[in-house]
Design a protein around this ligand. Structure first.
Ligand SMILES: C[S@@+](CC[C@H](N)C(=O)[O-])C[C@H]1O[C@@H](n2cnc3c(N)ncnc32)[C@H](O)[C@@H]1O
Length: 186
């Protein structure tokens, strides 16, 4: 087992806690979700590096066929064992070794996860017209590798059409998260 998966397995060892809050990028950007109620069950959404998949559940409640992927087997077991889960496919997956395939998703949500080497694959994994919702930290983490620089999401996803971008100032705890919503055109 890799060091990363061990670390996250420990973090997710205790299931039964309430799910974390749904990401602001989804709550505030809900109007950008594609599809009508009757279209969404055949539209694929991915909660990438999902953790306990609060965001995936929220998308499933809005009608999408949701896949939730994470390197932590404990996080995925938590989803699979949750009686009320509406996530269709919960899968243990190391995204560095198995990134998403091209043209496979209508919606992708990435929250509080940053691997710059995956950004190209994330763009390509969107179907034409597909929407990316991305939210992660600009301030407030001890490891600078996982912090975005100012406007960095805009350059990482420059091949997409940007629909919304917000980069708030740090809150009283010193944390801040940038939010990007973008569409694949072709
Ligand atoms: C800070 S948590 C965020 C979880 C979730 N997106 C959320 O917002 O609640 C980061 C997640 O990334 C996952 N992760 C880290 N490296 C990964 C990798 N190489 N492949 C898949 N998942 C990974 C961890 O297991 C963890 O669940």
């Amino acid at each position: 087992m890799s060091e990363i998966s061990s670390k996250w397995n420990e973090r997710y060892a205790n299931s039964g806690h309430p799910l974390p809050a749904v990401a602001d990028v989804l709550l505030k950007g809900e109007h950008w979700l594609p599809g009508t109620a009757s279209e969404r069950p055949s539209m694929a959404a991915l909660d990438l590096a999902c953790g306990r998949a609060a965001n995936g559940e929220w998308l499933a409640q809005r009608g999408f066929h949701v896949s939730a992927w994470d390197i932590s087997k404990n996080a995925i077991a938590d989803i699979q064992q949750r009686p009320a889960s509406r996530v269709a496919v919960a899968q243990v997956r190391d995204l560095e070794k198995q990134p998403p395939l091209p043209h496979s998703f209508d919606v992708i949500i990435v929250c509080r996860f940053l691997d710059r080497t995956l950004c190209q694959a994330i763009c390509e994994a969107l179907k034409p017209g597909g929407i990316l919702f991305y939210q992660t930290f600009t301030h407030g983490l001890s490891n600078p590798d996982f912090l975005l620089r100012s406007n960095e999401l805009l350059s990482l996803f420059a091949s997409l059409s940007i629909l919304e971008y917000h980069e708030p100032e740090p809150d009283e705890s010193g944390k801040a998260e940038a939010r990007l919503i973008a569409r694949r055109q072709d």
